[in-house]
Design a protein around this ligand. Sequence first.
Ligand code: NAD
Length: 495
Amino acid sequence: MTFDFPADGEAFTKASTLGNFINGADQPAIGGGLLPVENPRHGQVIGQVADSDARDVEAAVAAARAAFPGWRDTPLKERVQVLFRLKSLLERELMPLARIVADENGKTVAEGVASVQKGIECLEFGISVPNMAAGGQLEVSRGVSCRVQYEPLGVVAGVVPFNFPIMVPMWMLPQALVAGNTFVMKPSEQTPYGMARVAELFAEAGLPAGVLNLVNGGRAAVEALVDHPDVKAFGFVGSTRVAKLLYERSAATGRRALCLGGAKNHLVVVPDADVALTAQNVIASAFGCAGQRCMAASVLIAVGDCEHVIDAIVEQAKAIRLGEDMGCIINAASVERIEGYITDAEARGARVRVDGRGAGQGRAGYWVGPTVLDDVTADMPAGCEEIFGPVLSIIRVATVDQALAIENANPYGNAASIYTTSGAVAEYCVQRFEAGMVAVNIGVPVPREPFPFGGFNRSKFGHGDITGWDGFRFWTRPRKVTTKWALQADQTWMS
Ligand code: NAD
């Protein structure tokens, strides 16, 4: 793969046509199909990516199946050496990787750097797995011992979204690979270049051919992957609609699946909140990555008189420089969707205090400016549906319990935060939010490693979380071995 990076990382850059990465080699889709990949900042095509079908999936699964016995039989302590070397390579390539992410996704380069660094942190957890994977052994009766060992499943697969092209794959790969599985990954067809480069770096780090394979494309490739009888576990991150669909489709075959979906994250602000901390934090959460994060603040529920905090948020939102502090939107359809939510909320009586509509006029690419909607109600689409853009909806209520009732009633359950200087109020909310990742005075409560990542309700289908130790358990199966070597004189039920 070639990608000529401009010095500033934001000028327009062309990339080579990208095939699939199967058995360690770049291969075009068997049917010859190609999809265009755009740079959303410039609104121009960067290059073409393979549009794969079931034949390509078959080739990737066959490569992964062939590589499995050798990789499984490589001792864990040796497998992990690949990840150690990969960490050095990712650090060496931090800026080029960040620029790929910025180019194909539209993030600022600084956000690209942060996303790769978070991917490296996920890798560090994978590197630590040998220190935890020893299992356990116990004498459970006289002369009888039991032990548990975690073994790989075989060929496993993952499908990922556009918004973190390197970081989200790194939620899955370190644990799955260090456990001894071989992997077929389907990157987003909108942002396939980042993972393609990481796959090359895995190979440079010494990962044997066939252990990690990439199949590019869209729905046809995903459906072939989720239906493939040799895929033993299926991980997905993306929208709720697709997560639920694929979870059900995977479960129907009896295969384990963990499918993370969309979000509508609520930040509850009470009058005693620290103004400077809250305003800066809410702004970073709502408008970082142009709101295209499953952890982005989406609804601010103001309890009582929070005018001073809201005024500070509005002022800071107005000061955000588009293209410098905040990147762009992934594509034209998303701009239309986001602007549609703003217009609809306005028509229903919301006050548009900061208006990001029309930000793209007169410039190339796909843009929506920071938007603050006030007097939103929980039943407006902007108040309850995932917008996935830089829009903060403010709902006003009188009590903390009313705020919790709104948060609890929302079908999603990824993240929720309380902004207060009162420990009692904080703990009251923390224990009552219907969200898997909750916070006090933090707008993007992504659990840092080793704590696992995952939401509740319609933000996740399946059991357990995708990162941390839960991730390792998802990609392995526990074998329980019970052993006795001599007849015992004093009989027990195990004799
Ligand atoms: P998406 O669901 O449209 O696409 C995700 C993946 O699924 C892509 O690889 C795509 O090719 C594939 N896909 C799309 N439609 C499909 C279909 N009908 N059948 C089979 N496969 C299909 O999501 P996106 O737009 O790429 O990403 C944004 C979404 O991801 C948001 O909803 C966001 O909240 C969510 N997300 C969730 C998390 C989380 O941890 N819960 C993290 C990141 C993103």
